[in-house]
Design a protein around this ligand. Structure first.
Ligand SMILES: *Cc1c(COP(=O)(O)O)cnc(C)c1O
Length: 352
């Protein structure tokens, strides 16, 4: 096991964190044969792991990941993870799609809880200045780790959970982002793996994202792979737009990742703001005609969209500012996560 230097959490400058890795104290790592059972193990120090150059995950991408966040509450002593059971279910479903033995929900919860608890002091404290509000990002992975040469499911698997304190996903914080909409690149297609967090879904987006960033945009807005007409996702975040009192997001059809933030916002908008929520196809023409737009994800939280560029033309939302309903949804979600608002749905998993 390689040695990785751990920073004393007392020396972390919480306000300066970005969305990048800060090594923490411990991680969870266990293995399982293809026809075996996943086993619980004690935590180990966070460090490098060793794999065969012929490991299935490295050569054929048999692997997936999850992302969760632990938030600190205003009282400074309560720590909660947002909806981890949802991640457990999504990970198990993803394992089935990639021919990997599903990690049982109970083991997922045990591993995530143990890592969160042992690294609790790495959680950024609650900061009412929400633009730089940090959290402890928890990253579970499942990989096919046995060596093989032909394309086939790995005979052995590794389930790992590590964590890192993080700051805002977009350097802009809670400020509107600018997106470039493209029809020459796609993220996924019907029948592909876009609906699960398969590691193979992400490298293909690096080139379009790099090109968009070179032109001053933060991310790419992807269209469907069949007609290049309907909105899919924003990089690794789900897309929403608002027209009047209607909150609209693309329907899940197998190529869009079923985000937990997405699911939570649909419920909050309907129950708490009395909005009409619609999950359906949205053409780019319809998006250009909407009042507000934003991207959502555990990492991105709610990122307001100020501008979308398509074929050389800029389309601006809420005058390039944060829209009123976008802000309401953001305050409500962060309020629940940081214990400022009641947890009416039992979404918070407390870490003692
Ligand atoms: C993780 C992810 C999301 C957001 O999902 P959350 O559960 O809200 O974090 C959206 N799109 C893609 C492609 C993702 O990988």
């Amino acid at each position: 096991m390689g040695v990785v230097i751990m920073i004393d959490p007392k020396n972390i400058r919480w306000d300066e964190l970005t969305f990048s890795l800060t090594p923490t104290r411990t991680m969870f790592i266990t293995t399982c044969k293809a026809d075996g059972e996943w086993k619980s193990v004690p935590l180990q120090p966070f460090g490098n792991i060793s794999l065969s150059p012929a490991a299935c995950v490295l050569n054929y991408g048999q692997g997936l990941f999850e992302g969760l966040k632990m938030h600190s509450h205003k009282d400074g002593k309560t720590f909660t993870i947002f909806r981890p059971q949802e991640n457990a279910a999504r990970l198990a479903y993803g394992c089935e799609r990639l021919c990997m033995p599903p990690v049982p929900k109970e083991l997922f919860m045990e591993a995530v809880t143990a890592v969160a608890k042992d690294n609790k002091d790495f959680t950024p404290p609650y900061n009412p200045n929400s633009a730089s509000q940090g959290s402890l990002y928890i990253r579970p992975t499942v990989w096919g780790t046995a060596p093989l040469l032909g394309v086939a499911p790995s005979p052995e698997y590794t389930f790992m959970v590590f964590c890192s304190p993080v700051g805002p996903y977009f350097k802009t914080g809670f400020k509107p982002i600018k997106l470039k909409m493209l029809k020459e690149y796609h993220r996924s297609a019907p029948g592909c793996t876009g609906g699960v967090k398969a590691i193979g879904n992400y490298a293909g987006g690096m080139l379009p994202a790099k090109k968009a960033k070179a032109e001053g945009y933060q991310e790419v807005l992807y269209l469907d792979a069949v007609e290049s007409r309907y909105i899919e996702e924003v990089g690794a975040a789900n897309f929403f737009c608002i027209k009047g009192n209607r909150l609209i997001t693309p329907a899940l059809g197998g190529s869009i990742l079923p985000g937990i933030t997405r699911k939570s916002l649909l419920q909050l908008a309907k129950d708490r703001l009395g909005m009409v929520v619609e999950e359906r196809k949205i053409s780019f023409e319809e998006v250009f005609d909407s009042d507000e737009a934003f991207a959502t994800g555990t990492a991105a939280v709610i990122s307001p969209i100020g501008l979308i560029n398509y074929e050389g033309k800029d389309h601006i939302f809420s005058k390039g500012e944060v829209g009123m309903l976008t802000r309401k949804l953001y305050d409500m979600l962060l309020g629940i996560q940081h214990g400022l608002e009641p947890d009416l749905y039992g979404w918070l998993h407390k870490i003692e």
